[in-house]
Design a protein around this ligand. Structure first.
Ligand SMILES: NC(=O)c1ccc[n+]([C@@H]2O[C@H](COP(=O)([O-])OP(=O)(O)OC[C@H]3O[C@@H](n4cnc5c(N)ncnc54)[C@H](OP(=O)(O)O)[C@@H]3O)[C@@H](O)[C@H]2O)c1
Length: 341
């Protein structure tokens, strides 16, 4: 008797309360695709969701995980875009296909509003799937839907990154390392911060032009200004949130963009609006991105043979350990779960 497994939040929120459940084998409808998930990457969001710190209104039971890559095992009779054997990745927002974000996007976020991908089998609408770039493994491709699309949306789709621009990346987590790789891909200058000199050395080897240790240089915005000869950077990928935003605003050039992405240090803080107004800074909220952005990014990734940076891969039954590794913030780049060979 075939069966499928899924990692779910059933009742309580905590890493220890996650349950590994046998679920009914999903059957694809006439316009659906059944995918055998091979690999899932984690995002900081998954940790917030599991700990009950993301939203009070999450449906339960909830299959966690937004970022999965796998192989098509069956398609409904109305599906012509994919066939069994195809290698595919799920889009973070199943219903944001193109154009600007619309109200249908958020209710279709995998592993939050709807069941996610940390399961051995899952059905998808074919419009919410994209093909894998050919040079990537399932594990590498699983890193793309959230962190990479977010960095691409902020730098390329929204701010039209170009050669000679300077970007500022905060920390060496998933979003920031993709931001670094996309900056290098476009011939832009990348300044990156970290609390670890060892991680900064690794960032240099990936193309960072300048590095700042935010623990040794707490007023890092001054160093950014020194490095840019008082001009400021063109775009900040602001993943820190309340604790870093005031310094990010002091690091950007007049008319530049601060892409509001994350909340690693908190979500609310009194803010001095003066610099935003006087320097005409564009504060741009970024919420992952569309399928269209995902496909454009994948074309660039394929053309440049870009390889995502994987910190560690954990076995399917080690999800708790993987989440704790993320919580420890010792990682550099992405954390991946191998769901199946
Ligand atoms: N809006 C969106 O669509 C979207 C999409 C993806 C992620 N996010 C959000 O963006 C944030 C980052 O996500 P992620 O998945 O990339 O996280 P992650 O992989 O867990 O990255 C965390 C890293 O950030 C760095 N960090 C922690 N505190 C910092 C601080 N005070 N200043 C500078 N860096 C700091 C640390 O790097 P070092 O050890 O190098 O210091 C840490 O390893 C999260 O808040 C997440 O929820 C939002």
């Amino acid at each position: 008797m075939p069966s499928a497994s899924a990692v779910r939040i059933t009742k309580d929120f905590s890493i220890d309360a996650l349950s590994f459940d046998e679920i009914e084998v999903p059957q694809p409808g006439p316009v659906q695709v059944l995918v055998a998930i091979k690999a899932v990457s984690l995002n900081y969001r998954d940790l917030l969701i599991v700990m009950g710190r993301y939203s009070p209104n999450l449906p339960r039971p909830l299959v966690i995980g937004s970022d999965g890559a796998g192989e098509v095992v069956a398609v409904g009779e109305g599906v012509h875009k994919f066939a069994p054997g195809d290698r595919v990745i799920g889009a973070f927002f199943q219903n944001w296909l193109s154009g600007g974000i619309d109200p249908d996007a958020a209710p279709s976020a995998l592993g939050g509003s709807i069941d996610g991908v940390l399961a051995t089998l899952r059905v998808f609408d074919p419009r919410g799937l994209v093909p894998l770039p050919a040079h990537l493994s399932f594990e590498e491709a699983s890193t793309l839907p959230c962190a990479a699309v977010t960095a691409w949306n902020a730098l390329v789709s929204t701010a039209h990154l170009k050669s000679g621009d300077t970007v500022l990346l905060l920390g060496t987590g998933g979003v920031s390392i993709f931001g670094l790789q996309f900056a290098a891909m476009h011939g832009a200058r990348a300044i990156i911060t970290s609390g670890s000199d060892e991680k900064l050395a690794r960032a240099k080897s990936l193309g960072a032009t300048d590095t700042i240790n935010y623990k040794k240089t707490p007023e890092w915005q001054k160093e950014v200004m020194r490095l840019t000869e008082s001009r400021g950077v063109d775009n900040v990928l602001e993943v820190g949130g309340a604790g870093t935003l005031p310094r990010s605003l002091r690091s950007v050039r007049p008319g530049g963009q601060v892409s509001l992405i994350g909340v690693l240090t908190g979500i609310s803080e009194p803010l001095n609006l003066g610099p935003i107004i006087h320097s005409s800074i564009r504060l741009q909220g970024i919420y992952v991105g569309s399928v269209e952005m995902f496909e454009a990014m994948n074309r660039a990734i394929a053309a440049h043979k870009l390889k995502p940076v994987i910190d560690r891969t954990f076995a399917f039954n080690r999800v708790g350990e993987a989440l704790r590794h993320m919580e420890s913030a010792q990682h550099f780049g992405k954390i991946v779960i191998r769901v199946a060979e």
